[in-house]
Design a protein around this ligand. Structure first.
Ligand SMILES: [Zn+2]
Length: 90
């Protein structure tokens, strides 16, 4: 990773990295559960630092990849006005 010459989203990246570093020892020790679904975070598996859905400037803590992708999909679906519909009539 280049240390200089790169200013892209630098403030965000630094804060994100600092927060990840704060959590990493705990995840590595197997002490952290995903804040969204409560699933235990396996230190051998990748994890993401989750944002608050209401306030993207706030970090909520580590979350599993499935929840992180799910949250992103839900947000973009909402932006597109997508509403799931069930047409089956049992
Ligand atoms: Zn999760």
């Amino acid at each position: 990773m280049p240390k200089d010459g790169s200013t892209f989203a630098n403030g965000y990246t630094k804060r994100h990295e600092a927060e990840r570093k704060r959590w990493k020892p705990k995840v590595d020790a197997g002490l952290v559960n995903c804040w969204r679904c409560g699933q235990w975070l396996d230190p051998a598996q990748p994890w993401d630092l989750g944002h608050d859905d209401q306030d993207r400037t706030k970090y909520r803590g580590p979350e599993c990849i499935a929840c992180n992708r799910g949250a992103g999909a839900r947000a973009s679906n909402a932006k597109r006005g997508y509403l799931p519909r069930v047409n089956r009539q049992w």
